[in-house]
Design a binder for this molecule. Structure first.
Ligand code: URA
Length: 491
């Protein structure tokens, strides 16, 4: 006699486990069990409703393996698991071992499921949806290879606990609303709105793309083509691949960590008369051309991990240039300097000093974000002397084209970049030094340093000093006390 049972789309593991226990309690052998598709079997009987006399006990190893295999799309998975259970119960060999053909097959299915869940975590791309409520709403469409939305959703619950979201797949839909996860019927691919995050992903992807490291097979196996259609960044792949050979050639010509030809002399060159040197040597002739060149910068290794070059912003005829250390996480993603927490402190201090970011030129000593990753976090790392010196090329061009009367160095890296002096900041803060470009450099605290101070009294003193330095720099910039760069603006 053949017994048949059909398992539900959701809660499949619990349902299979209950049915398998019942079947084995009646000692129904694997060849007499039809899992799924029972409707086609005329002779099939439903499983007895009551448990039989035989009780089965299995270890945690089997339950863990079964808890993974069950999500595979292989139609035979329920039957294979039942065969293993039957053999475990009868102590017929070791059906969970890699040496056993059944064990090998089950482990392979479990591995495929693990990989599919991993791909889902990596490749689901949410898009923001409009809402009137207090929680932000996101939706994503994804096509997993196996039935992995249910086991894979816990990750998104942990990660996006403070938002509402939905992941729709052709088999099942997961919804997380007001802190509660529910599953609903399968969905058709919805029309999801585009949002800014897509552009960000594309920029990020284009910038981390290293043509010298292309291994197409590895790339296809890590990011199989079938997922490409869900990923905004992969639209760029064909073009990036087309351009890859030329980019490798350009990278070789530039040298991975060596300065470009002529770069070694830059600090002495802009000490003299940068605009003439620019014209004579065919270097960028405008600020825009300098910026465009900086976007391609590979003068040191920082470009390989950062999202993009963060160029300066503000008034191109500013009398005051403010130089920070390097972009942080927010700046790296948006491409604009001083938009993160340290930036807010700076904007506050600027406002208190009676100026705004639009009237000055805001930039950094180093134009790429240097960080180490911890889990999902990107933690700031200060640039080293070599990186500061490599990036001085760009700072020199900004100085040459903006021609500020005064430069304000925020923190030690900026002071090093502008003056060449790496000595401690405490003794220098509030003083004016002579820059490598011959212009005056006022030294101050970095706003991130102000933010890091734990003691409220020290913190408000440091903020007051930063504001005072900004005020002093603005006064100098407006007066004739500060001489412009040699051969530049006269007033
Ligand atoms: N810190 C900096 O030095 N620069 C920025 O742009 C942001 C934070």
């Amino acid at each position: 006699m053949i017994y048949a049972t059909t398992l539900p789309e959701r809660g499949t593991f619990e349902a299979w486990r209950a049915a398998a226990r019942r079947a084995i309690s009646h000692r129904i052998p694997p060849q007499d069990m039809a899992w799924e598709g029972a409707g086609g079997l005329f002779a099939a009987h439903p499983l007895p409703a009551d448990p039989g006399p035989h009780q089965v006990r299995v270890g945690a190893g089997f339950l863990k393996l079964a808890g993974s295999v069950i999500w595979h799309s292989e139609p035979e998975r329920f039957a294979l698991l039942y065969q293993a259970l039957w053999r475990l119960d009868r102590q017929e060999g070791d059906p969970l071992s890699q040496a056993d053909p059944l064990g090998r097959r089950l482990h392979l299915l479990a591995k495929n499921v693990g990989r599919d869940i991993h791909k889902m975590h990596a490749f689901v791309r949410f898009r923001e949806c409009p809402t009137d409520g207090p929680r932000r709403r996101f939706a994503a469409w994804f096509e997993p290879e196996h039935n992995t939305l249910e086991p894979g959703s816990a990750f998104f619950v942990r990660r996006f606990a403070d938002m509402d979201w939905m992941i729709a797949t052709p088999r099942l839909t997961a919804r997380f609303e007001d802190g509660r996860l529910t599953f609903g019927p399968a969905a058709r691919r919805p029309a999801l709105p585009d949002d800014a995050a897509e552009g960000l992903w594309a920029t990020y992807f284009a910038n981390i793309f290293n043509p010298a490291r292309i291994k197409l097979d590895a790339m296809r196996s890590e990011m199989p083509k079938k997922y490409w259609k869900h990923l905004p960044e992969t639209r760029l792949i064909p073009d990036m691949l087309k351009d890859a050979e030329a980019r490798v050639a350009r990278m070789r010509a530039a040298g991975a960590s060596q300065a470009r030809p002529g770069a070694a002399a830059i600090s002495t060159r802009y000490r003299a008369a940068m605009p003439q040197a620019v014209a004579a040597e065919g270097l960028p002739e405008t600020l825009d051309a300098a910026r465009a060149a900086a976007l391609q910068c590979q003068r040191c290794a920082l470009c390989s991990a950062a999202t993009q070059t963060v160029w300066g912003s503000g008034a191109v005829d500013a009398r005051l240039m403010i130089v920070g250390e390097q972009p942080g996480d927010h700046e790296d993603l948006t491409g604009r300097p001083f938009v993160g927490p340290a930036g807010q402190v700076l904007h506050q201090a600027l406002a208190a000093a009676g100026a705004s970011a639009e009237t000055v030129w805001l930039t950094n000593a180093v134009k790429h974000f240097k960080f180490t990753t911890r889990g999902k976090q990107r933690l700031h790392n200060s640039p080293d002397r070599y990186e500061v010196e490599q990036c001085r090329w760009w700072l020199g061009l900004e100085l040459a084209f903006i021609r500020p009367r005064v430069t304000l160095a925020l923190g030690a890296s900026a002071a090093l970049a502008l003056t060449g002096d790496a000595s401690p900041l405490a003794a220098r803060r509030g003083t004016v030094e002579r820059g490598l470009h011959e212009g005056p450099v006022l030294i101050s605290w970095h706003p991130a340093y102000v933010l890091r101070l734990r003691d409220p009294a020290r913190q408000s003193r440091a903020l007051a000093e930063l504001t005072e330095d900004l005020r002093a720099a603005l006064v100098m910039a407006q007066s004739d006390l500060a001489a412009p760069l040699p051969g530049t603006r006269s007033g």
